[in-house]
Design a protein. Structure first.
Length: 93
């Protein structure tokens, strides 16, 4: 199951949904389907983070205070901790 959108200059140039939003009731997925993120997204997220590191826009030692200053203990939590699941942030699911 997948929904994909390619955005160029703020405009959707391609959108496609595959599979079901609700398999049991055979309800097809569409552009409004909300998916629960899980382990598969970790690969994409870490790849994007390392691309930002390679571009010099981020480092493993960057703390959350730069982007999320209101998160509890943001000054102590680094990108490295987030990537290794050692941030101390409780699993929300």
């Amino acid at each position: 199951m997948l929904s994909l959108a390619i955005i160029e200059n703020g405009e959707a140039i391609y959108q496609k949904s595959i599979g079901f939003a609700d398999l049991e009731n055979q309800q097809k997925a569409n552009q409004d389907t909300q998916y629960r993120i899980g382990s598969i997204t970790k690969v994409f997220t870490s790849t994007m983070i390392f691309q930002l590191i390679d571009e010099g826009r981020l480092s493993l030692d960057t703390t959350l205070t730069k982007y999320y200053p209101k998160v509890k203990n943001a000054k102590k939590i680094t990108i490295s901790m987030l990537l290794s699941h050692r941030s101390g942030i409780h699993q929300y699911t």
